[in-house]
Design a protein around this ligand. Structure first.
Ligand code: DQA
Length: 140
């Protein structure tokens, strides 16, 4: 299977950004391990701090499933929700932190209703779990 991981704003700073919440590992380091764990499946990676670039990445995606951490756009972006609705590929929403246990603004996800499902709160393992959800549900 081919899986595309899309990380949104500020997730390029993983490793140094609020390590008490997001941990002290860079995403590049985790991605190497994830690719080893998903040996046999292909994992593409895209990160952007810009809403439109994330939308473009969703539009041009050519894969079996998308793992999307939209960062703060999760809570604000109707445009990203519309882009998810516009494509035929299943999208899994992921969060490193348990957004339900954080500030009330983070309890609302505009993308959750248009995603296949959501995984949050397991640190970087959230990405592995989301990839498994795609691999184990090839036909939904
Ligand atoms: C996040 C949670 C969001 O609320 C936050 O804005 C992020 C990261 C997470 O992975 O826990 O940037 O998506």
């Amino acid at each position: 299977m081919k899986i595309l991981i899309i990380n949104g704003p500020n997730l390029n700073l993983l490793g140094t950004r609020e390590p008490d919440i997001y941990g002290s590992r860079t995403f590049e380091s985790y991605l190497r391990e994830l690719r080893e764990m998903l040996d046999g499946d292909e994992v593409e990676y895209f990160q952007s701090n810009h809403e439109g670039d994330i939308i473009d990445a969703l539009h041009r995606a050519d894969c079996d499933g998308i793992v999307l951490n939209a960062g703060a756009y999760t809570h604000t972006s109707l445009a990203i929700a519309d882009a998810i609705k516009a494509i035929q590929i299943p999208v899994i929403e992921v969060h490193i932190s348990n957004v339900a246990s954080r500030e009330p603004i983070r309890h609302t996800s505009l993308i959750a209703p248009v995603c296949l499902g959501s995984i949050a709160g397991f640190g970087l393992t959230s990405y592995f779990l989301a990839a498994q959800a795609i691999i184990m549900n090839p036909d939904r």
